[in-house]
Design a protein around this ligand. Sequence first.
Ligand SMILES: [Zn+2]
Length: 386
Amino acid sequence: MSPMRSQRTGAHLLNVPRSRAAFPHFLAFFLIFFSAALPDASAQWRMSPPAASSVPPRARQRPAPVALPFVNLDQVFAKWNFVREPTRVPGIARWKNASSQIESESGKTFITIHGVRIWIGSPISETRGIFYMRRADYENTLLPLVAPTLAGGRPPRRVTHVLLDPGHGGKDAGGQSIAKHLHEKNLTLDVARRLKFILERAGLRVSMTRTTDVFVPLSERPAMAARVGADLFVSIHFNALSASPSAAGIETYALAPAGQYATNDSRRATSGNNLNAREIGHAFNTWNTLLSYQIQSNLIRKTPAIDRGLRRARFVVLKDAPVPATLVECGFLSNPNEATKINTGAHREKIAQGIANGILRYKTITDAIAPPHHPAPNKPHPQFRR
Ligand SMILES: [Zn+2]
């Protein structure tokens, strides 16, 4: 994919008709989403379900629900001016418009947007060439990425102040590369310092949950976002998986929506979490998702690393964040090749630039949605003050 094409993401997956260019930004978004996308979204509730053969067994055992649980992807994308491209491989569907490409594969629990893997809660299913997505995935993941205002209204706040969270610290060293004598806590702090410099140069205010090698309890980190009045929370980590030294690549986590398993959990495990609990961070699902996608996509382009995708988890820092939040795993210390790269300042600088590009892209998209005359309050919401 060409770099130019891959830069068009998020809200810009939609073609903005030229005749509407004169409208204020927010109005344009509003008109497009409500003239083109809203009737479509409501139509999903009334349409026929896929044939019985493609309905997963668990759904088959239940009586038919009032709101049908599947969304016809062809209908969705047609309303957004995407055209289905013929593919030679059975079980794979690809939709394109002037600036965007989305791909899905029958039986897979992810879709691909601009080459970035987006993990969802349930597999895509196919019946007679029509591809279906679970409605929960449509609402929690696809809509936030393709039509964020339709999914989440306006962003909660204008991004002027970012809280960076260098993972681990002090007695908690995090993951490590024994061969290279690397400790995650030092690398996350180094990347956060570089990122702070880049974001400040771009005009943003930046705070950090720690600036030295000290231990900060997990619960205090998201709480700090409310205390300093930050607009975004970005947690920085490196992976380590000594049992599989070949594991490689970058992944970005957004809070798993209520009812959806974490990407790394099996269908019977929730890592001790209540699957249906409502967390503080759920209020920002659209913005968590969009922010995480922008960071993952820009990081992969900048480094370039293996894409492990936008994933979902119930990490404490994501559950408790009172602002849109994300957690990035910037590579594997347990992989000898990656550890060698991560050990260089040049590579860590690329990581910082990739994350910065993602944050700034998110800011551009959300600034265009929030009207300049009515900015979202830049103070912590009273309900989240601690
Ligand atoms: Zn970590």
